[in-house]
Write a new protein. Structure first.
Length: 85
């Protein structure tokens, strides 16, 4: 092994060490991907929560309207029955 080959090996080891150090400084890609995945899951869960909340509000409004309609129908039926007799 000559001087040139020795220098090449030293440069390669320095390059790989600097890559390792820079990846440590920037943060692990797996961790950043995991953070992004967690944020995506959180956003999706919030959208689902909002959809279910809207569905619950609509269902409550439908039930309230149904109850009002039933009361009105009973009152009109009673009025009609009173008129018949």
């Amino acid at each position: 092994m000559g001087i040139d080959e020795s220098n090449n090996l030293d440069e390669q080891s320095v390059d790989s060490e600097s890559i390792d150090e820079s990846s440590e400084l920037l943060g692990n890609d797996d961790q950043s991907d995991e953070v992004i995945d967690i944020k995506d899951l959180l956003n999706e869960a919030e959208r689902e929560r909002d959809q279910f909340h809207e569905l619950a509000k609509r269902s409550q409004a439908d039930l309230a309207n149904y109850r009002k309609r039933i009361v009105e129908e009973r009152q009109s039926e009673r009025k009609y029955l009173i008129l018949i007799f």
